[in-house]
Design a protein around this ligand. Structure first.
Ligand SMILES: [Fe+2]
Length: 353
C-alpha cells in the first residue's frame, strides 16, 4: 500500500513538472492555458490525497484514487499532443479533445480536498514515472486514433530528466529528448506532408529523397518512443514470467542473452541500436542491431527492447566508453514494459516459413 501511495506522489510530481515545462517552453492560447490550470489542480489534489493516504494508511481509498489518476493521465497525454499541433491541426482534433478535457474537469471537481499544503507537497522527491500509476509499466494509454499525415508529436518523457542519474545524466537526457527526438518528429512530419503533396500534384521528382527521410526519421521517432519507457528509475534486475521463460528457451540463459545484447550494442558500426525483437513468423525472440535507425532490420520482427547507442545517448557522460554506458544501462531496464510489449507482440500469428 505504502509503495503504491508513494508512486502516486511521484506521479503527481511528474505531472507538475510537465506543467512547469510547458509554461516555460510553450505559448498556449487561453483555452489550452485554462485546461493546463485544471490539470495542475488535478495533479496537486491527487498528490495531496495520496499524502493523506500514505500517512493514515487508508488503503481502501487507494484504488479510487489510482483510477482517477489513470483517467487524468489519459487526458493529459492527449492534452500534451494538442499543445504540439498548430491551431488549424488542433481544430480538426478538437471535437474529441473537448469531450476528453471536459471529462478532466469532472475528475478534478470530484477530487476531494485535504489538509496538506502545496509547500508540503513540494517536499516530496522528484522522480516520477507515469507507470507509477499501474502495476506494470505500459506506454501511456491513448485514445486509438490514426495519426494524420504530418501530425506526429513528441511523446512526453515518462520520468524526470534527472531520474536516471547516475547512469544517464540530466543534460544528455534533455538534449536527447527535447532536441534530437523532436527533430525526428519534425522531419518525419515534413516528409509525410511532402509526400502527401506529391500524391496530390503527381510530381514525384524528389521521391527518393522523401522516402529516405520517411524511413530515417520514422524509424528514429518510433525507436525513441520505445526507448524512453524501456528505462525506469526503478528498473534493472532481471525479467520475470513468460518473457523470462522465452529468453531462457531461446538464448539458454539470461546471462547469455545479456552478453550477446551487450556485445551486439558495443559493436554496432557507427551510430545505431541494439534491439530485442519477437518474430511472429518464427515464434521466437531474436537480437538484432540497426545501423543509424533503419538499416539492418528484419522487417517481419517486432522490437521489444531497444538500446540507443548513438553517441548523443551517452557521449557527454561516458565519452567514447560505449561499453561502460551499455553495462550501466542494464541497471535501469524497465522489464515490466518489455514484458507488456512481448505479450502484445506474441499475439501476432503469421504463417511459418
Ligand atoms: Fe537517440
Amino acid at each position: 500500500m505504502e509503495e503504491k501511495a508513494r508512486k502516486l506522489l511521484d506521479w503527481s510530481q511528474w505531472g507538475r513538472q510537465w506543467i512547469d515545462h510547458l509554461r516555460r517552453k510553450k505559448t498556449l492560447n487561453r483555452e489550452l492555458e485554462r485546461h493546463l490550470h485544471k490539470f495542475e489542480e488535478s495533479f496537486i489534489k491527487i498528490g495531496r490525497q495520496a499524502t493523506r493516504i500514505h500517512k493514515a494508511e487508508a488503503a481502501e481509498a487507494l484504488p479510487i484514487l489510482i483510477a482517477r489518476a489513470e483517467e487524468v493521465q489519459k487526458q493529459f497525454h492527449h492534452f500534451l499532443r494538442l499543445t504540439q499541433l498548430t491551431e488549424d491541426e488542433r481544430f480538426v482534433e478538437q471535437t474529441v479533445a473537448q469531450e476528453e478535457l471536459f471529462e478532466a474537469e469532472a475528475v478534478q471537481e470530484a477530487t476531494e480536498t485535504c489538509e496538506a499544503t502545496p509547500a508540503q507537497m513540494r517536499e516530496t522527491a522528484i522522480s516520477a514515472p507515469y507507470q507509477a500509476v499501474r502495476e506494470t509499466a505500459r506506454e501511456p494509454i491513448r485514445v486509438a486514433r490514426p495519426v494524420a499525415p504530418g501530425r506526429h508529436t513528441l511523446p512526453p518523457l515518462p520520468y524526470a530528466y534527472n531520474a536516471l542519474e547516475p547512469y544517464i545524466d540530466e543534460q544528455t537526457m534533455r538534449i536527447h529528448h527535447e532536441k534530437l527526438h523532436q527533430k525526428y518528429v519534425d522531419d518525419l512530419n515534413t516528409a509525410e506532408r511532402k509526400l502527401a503533396e506529391a500524391r496530390q500534384n503527381g510530381n514525384y521528382d524528389l521521391i527518393r529523397h522523401w522516402e529516405r527521410e520517411l524511413a530515417f526519421n520514422g524509424a528514429g521517432h518510433y525507436l525513441h518512443s520505445i526507448f524512453w519507457p524501456s528505462m525506469s528509475p526503478h528498473g534493472g534486475d532481471t525479467p520475470t514470467g513468460e518473457l523470462a521463460e522465452a529468453i531462457q528457451r531461446y538464448f539458454g540463459s539470461f546471462d547469455a542473452f545479456r552478453q550477446q545484447f551487450s556485445q551486439a550494442a558495443g559493436k554496432v558500426e557507427g551510430p545505431g541500436w541494439a534491439i530485442l525483437v519477437w518474430s511472429p513468423r518464427a515464434q521466437h525472440l531474436e537480437i538484432l542491431t540497426a545501423e543509424k535507425h533503419q538499416n539492418l532490420a528484419q522487417w517481419d520482427a517486432v522490437p521489444l527492447l531497444v538500446l540507443d547507442v548513438w553517441e548523443h545517448a551517452y557521449f557527454l557522460q561516458y565519452q567514447n566508453q560505449r561499453d561502460k554506458y551499455v553495462e550501466n544501462w542494464w541497471k535501469i531496464v524497465n522489464w515490466p514494459y518489455v514484458e507488456e510489449r512481448f505479450q502484445q507482440a506474441r499475439k501476432l500469428r503469421w504463417e511459418p516459413f
